[in-house]
Design a protein around this ligand. Structure first.
Ligand code: LLP
Length: 404
């Protein structure tokens, strides 16, 4: 069950909102910063997973860098205190404006994804009278055994430079005086659960590819293995901290690394997912012909992962647990939102404590790709961030019937 230290204050906050457990988040950040220091593997948080300012301040304060995919993410990262030199800029479709933004900030590396992009980045560098630090994103053709929507390192995916273009890429970066070769980058997919096996395979592939590039005359000073570490969506309380140790150890054991080579990773989901929950209130309990619906006040516009990927998020009735303990019996519900789409469903046939209007429901493990993927669809407002240790500052639930 979701941990709430001050339940009374929690109940005064207007729903829906994203609730961040700052204690768990800080522990996660500390664990990762500690492992990074011990293993010498530099961590760049993939900001796309969650761009809450406070969470990012906590990460940057621990010396963690950032992996960005837009010009605005880069500027935001700087505002959150990330060291510009530790900011990487990836993405298959960088615009001229974004490339210039990155130069202005003085980022650590452009992760270029195609031969065409090498040319454009080099050309803009020339016009600005600068040198572009460039990492080549390689498509290693590895299946990470995850959802096909979040697989990124297969030949059929749009990401990275594939085998057939390696030689040409080397010739282009070495032949361009406005490009400084930084290294190679790999990212094979997200929500990887078989981390030891998949990352071992990734490292073996990377060893071969690094050797090929070096044989072709390109010094690989930096190796970036991307993100992808998965989290336990089924039982977030059993595994609040993802398997960072296995991830780092698998890299340390399998990646062939010279002492002068630095190694980087770009975790997104694993740093933030378990610390965030979407909190919503039951509006109606509706009996359909053969299903019981729990209509809640959050919708797919607040958390689109179930509708978009069929993603599973654990759902809990917080009110039943904190107010009645085990007294309420269970019922089976389809938990649905108010948006005018059948896909606006957070979970079908979920067993929950018997629920009533006004009960608070937690949709767990929503810290990653939750709030950032929200939209105003149906002209609904965006759910704000609420922090476990600052409940008193959160927007209050209003009483609309005063004076009635
Ligand atoms: N590096 C690169 C180049 C990436 O494309 C990504 C994620 C990451 C790092 C971070 O990966 P992570 O550690 O979070 O797995 N919206 C989807 C996930 C999309 C991931 C996109 N790329 C979801 O909700 O599952």
């Amino acid at each position: 069950m979701l941990k709430i230290d001050d339940y009374a204050a929690f109940c005064r906050v207007a729903t829906p909102f994203y609730y961040y457990d700052i204690d768990l988040f800080t522990r996660t950040a500390d664990l990762v910063a500690g492992l990074s220091e011990r293993t010498g593997i530099q961590v760049h948080y993939s900001l796309k997973a969650n761009s809450d300012h406070r969470l990012n301040d906590i990460l940057s304060a621990r010396g963690i860098g950032a992996d960005c995919v837009s010009g605005d993410e880069i500027e935001f990262a700087v505002g959150c205190g990330y060291d510009p030199k530790k900011i990487f800029f990836a993405g298959v479709g960088k615009t001229d404006k974004e490339i210039c933004q990155a130069f202005q900030v003085g980022i650590g590396a452009f992760v270029v994804e195609s031969l065409e992009e090498i040319e454009i980045v080099g050309d803009i560098a020339r016009r600005l009278g600068r040198k572009a630090p460039v990492s080549l994103r390689i498509n290693p053709n590895i299946d990470p055994h995850t959802h096909h929507y979040i697989t990124t390192g297969l030949y059929e995916d749009k990401f990275g430079i594939s085998d057939r273009s390696f030689d040409e890429a080397v010739a282009m970066v070495l032949g361009n005086p406005y490009i400084d070769v930084f290294g190679l980058q790999f990212h094979i997919g997200s929500q990887i659960m078989e981390v030891a096996d998949v990352v071992k395979l990734e490292c073996e592939k990377v060893n071969d590819i690094v050797a090929r590039f070096e044989a072709a005359g390109m010094e690989v000073k930096n190796i970036d293995l991307g993100g992808g570490l998965g989290v336990d969506y089924d039982e977030p309380d059993d595994n609040p901290l993802p398997d960072f140790e296995v991830w780092f150890k698998t890299i340390a054991d399998n990646l062939k690394r010279r002492p002068d080579q630095t190694v980087h990773v770009e975790p997104g989901r694993s740093l933030v997912a378990q610390s965030g929950s979407l909190i919503t209130e039951v509006l109606y309990v509706k009996k359909g012909e053969n299903r019981r619906f729990l209509m809640v006040d959050a919708g797919m516009n607040d958390l689109i992962r179930p509708a978009l990927y069929g993603a599973y998020h654990k759902i809990e009735n917080v009110t039943a647990f904190y107010e009645d303990g085990p007294k309420r019996e269970n019922r089976v519900y389809d938990v649905v939102g108010p948006v005018c789409e059948s896909a606006d469903c957070f979970g079908k046939e979920r067993v929950l404590a018997k629920s009533r209007r006004g009960d608070r429901i937690a949709i767990r493990s929503a810290g990653a790709y939750g709030q950032v993927m929200a939209s105003h669809y149906n002209m609904r407002p965006l759910a704000p961030s609420v922090y476990s240790d600052r409940l008193a500052e959160a927007p209050r639930k209003k009483d609309y019937f005063i004076g009635e």
